[in-house]
Design a protein around this ligand. Sequence first.
Ligand SMILES: N[C@@H](CCC(=O)N[C@@H](CS)C(=O)NCC(=O)O)C(=O)O
Length: 221
Amino acid sequence: MAKLYHVPLSPFCRKVRLSLAEKKIECELVEERYWEKHPDFLRRNPAGKVPVLRMEGMVMPESAAICEYLEEKHPEPPLMPKGAAARYEVRRLVAWFDDKFHHEVTANLLYERVNKKVTGQGFPDSTNVKAGARAIKYHLDYMGWLLDHRRWLAGDTMTLADFAAAAHLSALDYISDVDWHRSETVKDWYAKIKSRPAFRGILADQVPGFPPPAHYADLDF
Ligand SMILES: N[C@@H](CCC(=O)N[C@@H](CS)C(=O)NCC(=O)O)C(=O)O
């Protein structure tokens, strides 16, 4: 069986978990305290980052490369559209969330509030938290604008772009940092994606010392 080395609130790990679950690939989850830098873990990924997927004789770090591998080897159900332009748009938006959103929002909110404590790096920096709280508004507005023009973030079908976005937002929702009142369109999109069977594992996550709010796993939030 495949094995995913992960941490529960990592958006990169969540994106891979969603892809595996959507494609109904069974996978054992192994929590990896990456900050402890165990030699076995560094052998699996010298970059020292999660996720790392062990599957089909391969040991694979890097979430975007993993998701593209899964897409090529297990194309059903597809998470990439057909056609170069549509595929470009998915990759652009995956990069938007995993680069820009990650840097401006996830790092400032989730990493300040949770990762710092879990990894023993002290207290949240309020300047960073304020910057993250400001930035998420603009990102939610951008998502709302995209979804006013398309059924899903990158076009007419659900793709890796939706999973990338949902991975970040679900981790932030776990710490109540998403204002779902800001955009009805974004809330409807999240309700749709949250109710997929592939999301169940993520909604069941529990991080010791950080209980999720009641609405986190509620499909009618
Ligand atoms: N580009 C990587 C980023 C992965 C990443 O940054 N993971 C974080 C956890 S959310 C990590 O392992 N950080 C450890 C570090 O940067 O040393 C991917 O997409 O897999």
